[in-house]
Design a protein around this ligand. Structure first.
Ligand code: SF4
Ligand code: SF4
Length: 433
């Protein structure tokens, strides 16, 4: 089988042995009404309302969406506009916690007897992809195509992040049960769990647990970033190529994050919707106490960093997610959302330095070798500079998944991946004319 590109990264899995701990209850949470791909929710509460843990506080009739629930009990103190990292705005619900953590009476295990009931339950749970993609799970689990394999993304290929790893070693039975529930209700005969080889303990535990279930296998993936990208994962576990314009289901596969399936197992047993998640808190020496913290959704990032004894005076760069695909946090008051698997803090702002030192392309081709999708990043950059959208389309720029391998590989320190993102925006704008 032909090898895909990708890059070798230092893993920095400093927190792999940090058992998950619960973050102390924050004084207030701010819960955005958009924590997913698709339509934002409308608040179902107003200022002054009292809310309970697990109470639905946001929803919409749009199919591509997921309802939002309160992570705390307390009083709604404000409903305001909030700017998301993608520049769009949505409403945000601010709740002052009362310290009681009274649970909503609606929280009870759902009655599920068939596929329709299962998909309804998944929607009501508010689950979105926990690996960072934030795709509404009930949409992903309802493809029109016939699917024969559930592909579990347990690669966790970004440096620093270990929250999926902790899920696998602390509660592997939730992973297996979640897999079995999805296979049962969607009539999927096979499941392959893809784990990078730098997690031998997770591979050992899940291989052992999977032995009792003939349809489930564990596949050891190479430690080449980005193993967790859907197209790469499907190719490396199943040998199938998801072509341009296709979804994984077109190749008979559904990809789910390992923590997402574990959440499904918990939800079917308890009915507690998605109100918290495990977050790796790490970085360089500005972090005093690295950890994997279970954080209520809506908790301000600064509370999580305070728990990790972060030196905020020196922390110049904060990230949601990993260093390759993470998103900068501009304000430490911003909340933890459903898709945040990590918060990283660094004292340096490496990209500033890198962009100052960028020099001319030396045509070495390293970015081309590094691209897992076999794209031609230097040609894309040239076509973007010329605003040549025909060439950009021919170069398949819309396939670029912003993995950052090309930028990482470039000895001239050129911001190749970043330019590709601008090129995609240009192509989309042209398509709308
Ligand atoms: S960012 Fe895009 S062009 Fe660069 S390596 Fe990743 S997929 Fe390829
Ligand atoms: S890696 Fe950098 S210098 Fe080399 S071809 Fe790509 S853009 Fe040019």
């Amino acid at each position: 089988m032909r090898k895909l590109g990708g890059i070798k990264l230092s893993h920095h899995k400093n927190t792999e042995n940090c058992k998950s701990v619960s973050l102390p209850l924050p004084a207030k949470v701010r819960i955005p009404m958009s924590m997913h791909i698709g339509a934002p929710c409308e608040p179902l509460v107003k200022k002054g309302d009292t809310v309970t843990v697990g109470q639905k506080i946001g929803d919409t009739e749009a199919f591509m969406s997921a309802p939002i629930h309160s992570s705390v009990s307390g009083k709604v103190t404000a409903i305001a506009d909030y700017r998301l990292s993608n520049g769009r705005t949505c409403k945000i619900v601010e709740i002052q916690t009362d310290g009681e953590q009274s649970v909503c009476p609606d929280v009870k295990p759902p009655e599920v007897n068939d596929k329709a009931g299962f998909l309804k339950a998944v929607r009501e749970s508010g689950l979105v992809g926990m690996g960072g993609a934030s795709f509404p799970a009930h949409v992903k689990l309802a493809p029109k195509q016939e699917v024969d394999t559930l592909c579990i993304n347990a690669a966790e290929c970004e440096p620093y992040i270990t929250s999926d790893y902790r899920q696998m070693v602390e509660a592997p039975e939730e992973v297996i049960d979640g897999v079995l529930q999805v296979m049962k209700y969607l009539s999927i005969p096979k499941c392959v769990i893809g784990i990078e080889s730098n997690k031998p303990e997770a591979i050992r535990i899940l291989t052992e647990k999977a032995k009792a279930h003939s349809g489930i296998t564990v596949h050891t993936l190479p430690c080449t970033y980005p193993q967790g990208a859907e197209k790469v994962l499907i190719y490396n576990t199943l040998g199938r190529i998801v072509m341009e314009g296709q979804l994984p289901a077109d190749q008979g596969a559904i990809v789910m994050n390992v923590s997402s399936v574990a959440f499904i197992s918990r939800y079917l047993k308890t009915g507690m919707p998605m109100i918290s998640r495990m977050v790796t808190v790490d970085g360089d020496d500005v972090i005093g106490k690295r950890c994997n913290a279970v954080v209520p959704v809506g908790t301000p990032v600064k509370d999580v960093l305070a728990f990790a004894e972060c030196d905020m005076e020196r922390a110049e760069r904060l990230l949601y997610g990993g260093p390759m695909m993470g998103v900068s946090i501009s304000d430490a008051e911003d909340p933890v959302i459903k898709a945040n698997n990590a918060i990283l803090a660094f004292k340096k702002f490496p990209s500033k330095e890198a962009s100052q030192k960028a020099s001319a392309c030396i045509h070495c081709g390293r970015c081309i070798s590094a691209c897992p999708l076999n794209l031609m990043p230097p040609d894309i950059c040239r076509a973007y500079a010329a605003k040549d959208t025909d060439s950009l389309n021919k170069l398949k720029v819309m396939l670029c998944m912003n993995c950052g391998c090309c930028t990482y590989a470039c000895p001239a320190k050129r911001p190749v991946a970043e330019t590709n993102q601008f090129a995609k925006v240009l192509v989309m704008a042209e398509g709308k004319k």
